[in-house]
Design a binder for this molecule. Sequence first.
Ligand code: AMP
Length: 429
Amino acid sequence: MKILVIGGGGREHALVWKLNGGAVSNTIYCAPGNGGIAGEAECVAVDAGDVAEMVALAERIGPDLTVVGPELPLVNGLVDAFEQRNWAVVGPTKQAAQLEGSKVFTKEFLERHKIPTAAMYGAYDSPGGAYGALCEVDWPVVIKADGLCAGKGVFVAPNPDAATDFIERVMEKNELGEGGKRVMFEEVLDGDELSFILLTDGERYASLVPTRDHKRAFDNNEGPNTGGMGAYSSDELLPEDLRRVITSTIVEPTMKGLAADGIRYRGFLYVGLMLTKSGPKVLEFNCRLGDPETQAIAARIDFDLAEALSEVAAGTLRPEKLKWKSGASACVVLASGGYPGKFASGKEICGLEEAAKIPDVKVLHAGTKRVGEKIVTSGGRVLGVTATGHSLDAALEQAYAAAGKIRFEGMHYRRDIGRHGRQKLAAGD
Ligand code: AMP
């Protein structure tokens, strides 16, 4: 099969890795890809968010299957454009991707189908409306920009001054772009956070192995928020009784709600949950896989990913085919000096070959590129050192042994990935 993977981060490297691992040998293209993907697929320099360019690329290479990594092409309607041409593609349509593209759309969907979520105070199209509504909320209040804001659109405001400042930055100074044109307020939920990720063909679905990620830059959950400094997966993360509650109160009503609204959802659906005292509640949906959760999930795949994703695109998924390696996996992100703030790029990365020799390890690339024979840094999150093991400790040991072999100027990474995995569902970070 010829497979086109769209995106160029660690998530897409993980997909390329596993799409190459099936029974049939596949030819993989990746747009735009990165320095590591270039060793396993043919990279094509096309901007992932540019639908017209992607259609032109697919016309040229004629993929049998296209798998979309990031949210932007989905929200921009890439799947609609491919399906109009009868091309097999994994990802939700533009309408279905509104579950990530609009917080207000999602809240209305959840309320319509009586799926547990934080209560919404209201949605506001103008700064005046938003300022005015601040006198009617309880504190703290959660303020969410409606559209895509690269993970910066949610603020838990402790008081009216902080709320006013956020609204001004988002709605008047347009610091988050178009995604901040409308905001909504909702109540604060308390509890542990958990992600629950599904793969669905629109009718049937399979849940992926549970994962947790670490969003803060430094150990002990200190420092600023990042895209994710690491992730881990183990079956113990999600006790069976909790899985049953999530399935019956959230997943099933979501699948039925999509069907009732005439929204056919094909692809990965990421459900962000808060485990409150009164049960799990939906914080958000993402219309794609998470990064770096995908790296930890991919490491545990024990089925033919290309086959499963072809079935999703065709609407013939066999959920029972999704088998997983027992034990655990971990992904430690190696980041550029200064990330998530300003950082320098173009630093030579050494030690990749030594790291790859450590058993049960796969070094997945994110912000890297090839310059001649060298691999250099080209982003904030540079590598995701990923390992499996019979236990979380074993997986972490291998991942950290491999991370210790890699060097580039300014490199930093957290030394406590998976530490909260030893306590079941400790406070989210
Ligand atoms: P979201 O993009 O909606 O998931 O929000 C990003 C993060 O903000 C979540 O992972 C939570 O940590 C936090 N958050 C969002 N909504 C709420 C809420 N209603 N109560 C408490 N924290 C929230």
